[in-house]
Write a protein that binds this ligand. Sequence first.
Ligand SMILES: *[C@@H]1O[C@H](CO)[C@@H](O)[C@H](O)[C@H]1NC(C)=O
Ligand SMILES: *[C@@H]1O[C@H](CO)[C@@H](O)[C@H](O)[C@H]1NC(C)=O
Ligand SMILES: *[C@@H]1O[C@H](CO)[C@@H](O)[C@H](O)[C@H]1NC(C)=O
Length: 972
Amino acid sequence: MKTLLHYFFLLCFNILLPAVHSQCIKDQQQSLLHLKKILQFDQPSYSTKVISWNSSTDCCSWVGVNCTSNGHVVGLDLSSETISGLIPGSFANFSNLRVLDLSGNSISGPIPGSFANFSNLRELDLSGNNISGIIPGSFANFSNLWKLDLSGNNISGLIPGSFANLSNLRELDLSENSISGPIPGFFADFSNLRILDLSGNNISGTVPEFFANFSKLTSFSLSGCQLNGTFPNEIFQVPTLQTIDLSGNLKLGGSLPEFPMTNGSLQWLILRNTNFSGSLPESISNLKMLSTIDLSGCNFTGSIPSSLFSLPLLSQLNLSHNQFSGELAFSNVSFNLVALDLSFNNLEGQISVSIFNFQGLQSLNLSSNNFNAFPFNGPQQLENLSNIDLSYNSLLSLYNGTDSSYSSFPQIDSLNLAANKLGTIPYFLRNQSTLSSVDLSANHIQGKIPDWIWSSNQLSTLNLSCNQLQGQIPTFLPSAKCLDYSRNNFSSISSNIGDFLTNTLFFSLSSNNLRGVIPASICNASNLQILDLSNNFLSGMIPQCLTAMRDLSVLNLARNNLTGSISNVEVTEDSSLQILDIGGNQLGGKVPKSLAKCIMLEVLNIGNNNITDSFPCLLKNISTFRVLILRSNNFYGGIECLNTNGTWPGLQIIDLAHNNFSGEIQGILWRTWREMMATENENGSLSTIAIGSHTKNPFTSTKGPFAHIKSHPFCTDSTCLPLRYAISHLEYSVSVIVTSKGSEMELVKILSIFTLIDFSSNNFSGPIPKEMGEFKSLRVLNLSRNAFTGEIPSSFGNMQVLESLDLSQNKLSGHIPPQLVKLTYLASLNLSYNQLIGRIPTGYQFSTFLPSSFTGNKGLWGFPLTGFPPPPTVNGSSPNSGHHHEVNWDLIIVEIGFTFGFGVAVGSLLLCKRWSKWYYRAMYNILLKIFPQLEERIGIHRTHVYINQRCTQFSTFPKDLFTRNKGIWGLL
Ligand SMILES: *[C@@H]1O[C@H](CO)[C@@H](O)[C@H](O)[C@H]1NC(C)=O
Ligand SMILES: *[C@@H]1O[C@H](CO)[C@@H](O)[C@H](O)[C@H]1NC(C)=O
Ligand SMILES: *[C@@H]1O[C@H](CO)[C@@H](O)[C@H](O)[C@H]1NC(C)=O
């Protein structure tokens, strides 16, 4: 009876099975439960599958589990279960698996050898974990595999030979790992492949031609690898292909073939930052499905085929940073085009009125070409356009009529017309009430600012710098956050200006003709973070309330005619001041005691004033200090108070020159300036030391002279994300300094490149401390015109990167240490007028110095001095006069504080990709001037000469600074 019943049940089950699902075999159930027990979960509460497995139900019905009819587990989906730790060996119990999905967990460790059991595997997905190690040889067993996804792990090593067995693969995704080596030849057998994604690995070598025979290929992605050679352009012609992405393979070249067929299925064509060249075939417009074309950062030449613009589905077209030339012609244009970027080419002529046919256009970037006209005058409208960038072209005056016939852009948010040749403020602005950002800098705009343009009460950023505007600084932009009126001819500020700046964060009036006193109402602008009034003729005292502004991080009043005593300047307790530059005025008194409260101060420049004080020891606890300039005042006494451990570890520039400091400079002070002791990166490139908390980097160019700069620490602060476009409107503020004396320094680079000690023209005495030799990253040391005695320390030979050493006009005696010959970067040496004796060492840089470097030392002989004993020199007073590497360090120092600071503060205020690019460009030029041999170290070879040529032009013609300097960043 019992057996009968048993039979009955069995029968029932056998009938029911195909309809419902099989019953799990006991050992499979146990294996699954065992798995549940041993798997680690980061967030058990997020588990939706494994957590529900329960021995009281049939395991074949569990979520994520599939069985065969005889109860073997064939499918396991454990994706996104927050599983962590290693893959347990007990997976081997499921030897019938066809599908295994462990994607989107936090699994670490290698792929276990036990996977060798899965000879029936069809699909394996381990993507999005932390799996490391190499791909094991056991993959040779997966001959049935048609889908393999190992993307987004840390897998390294080569693509293994065991893959040769995977000839049934249809989808292979190994992207975003660290796989290296070439694409193996046996891939030729993978002709069933639909999807191949090897992007984001270190895969090198050439792209094999056989992919052109893959008749089912739809998606081909090899971006971000290290491929080189010539890309077989037949691959573009695979008729099934929808996506091709080769971007970021800087050394992969090739050209586009003709596209004779009109039925190509290509939708995405991405060749960004590769070395593709040649012209764009007209027949590319046969690819009617194209929706995204990104050929930016290649080396394409010739004209842009007009048919390209009529591709019916095209929505993104980026041809920027190439060498396209000629005029643009659009006839039938695509209504679907959303973003058009043709910037950084050599296009010219007029933009035709048919640009208004791109009715879907949201973003238009034509900057850095040679266009000379844009149809702003007409009844047209682009409904959706929100960003226009026409900067760095040759646009002449736009329409200035007063009737209503001018174009309009009802959604426009940002307009950049910087660096064109506009003579007036374009009249169409009158009607653009949605504008939040306008850049008209570096044009030829004259006269007063008309008040009609400010119908936009959204305007948040306005850059009018570098024009010829006159009259009073405008007071009618209540919502503006960033206002840059620098480098114009403005002559007055209204006394209530501050009442109109209640939202303003950045306000620069630098380099105008402003006279009179600084209006105290500026202190009402309580949100100000950066105030720059430098380079004017402002007089009177510094308003007391100014330094007391709590949010101000940069205050630059340098180079005015300010007078009065600063002894009583008050700073608030929680001051944000990072840069204070009041150098180049006629300020007197003592260093204000309250400065000790500025615990974030990085730059203090009070040089070139009439301050009479002893060394400001009260500053020594400010650990953030990087730059201190006390130059050309009446400071006196010793600097012993710096002999405290931990004083100014980040100090890079200290300039005490032209004062009356005295005493010895022995002491441990030399042990605490760690920044000066830092050694450089091996390869001599810039180390990037992050400042404050700004560490992430939007500056991610992978090409061009600045590609090696990994991180721009400034342009990241999220506090100003709404000012996204603002930075392009501030870029010229920095140029004030660039053109003034050729003394631009940018903080990132200062950090590792520029370090300076100038104690010259004081009364320091005693020996030069040998510990100074520890300053392995010191670039400039000037101890001239003091009363130092003793020998030149031989440890100076350790200052590997020293570029300029001036010990002239002291009482130094003994021999010139032969170790100095090791200073291979030394471009300028002055040991004249001491009591040195013996033979001048020979070799390396010493063969380049002129007699004037050594003159005035009676006992010195040998090259370059002639005769023995050396004859008196003809012109000892102008050392280095004929030296082609000569740099006038005097000019350099004064300005550094400000620029340095600018880097800090503007960066922390604004997200500023474009600005930072500009900044690097300018910086690089200046650095080349200052350190000619720097080129070797920071440049990319093929761009050197070009940059140098530009550099000359740059410094000679300040205005040209704002016309295209394409060569320098055109290759980015
Ligand atoms: C389980 O079977 C269902 C239905 O056939 C299928 O959709 C699913 O992808 C399978 N899952 C696994 C992990 O095999
Ligand atoms: C391409 O890269 C491979 C591997 O890195 C290298 O051996 C080869 O010389 C390179 N070829 C060219 C033309 O640069
Ligand atoms: C770009 O092409 C031009 C002309 O074909 C060539 O002279 C130049 O070297 C190429 N530049 C790069 C970066 O390959």
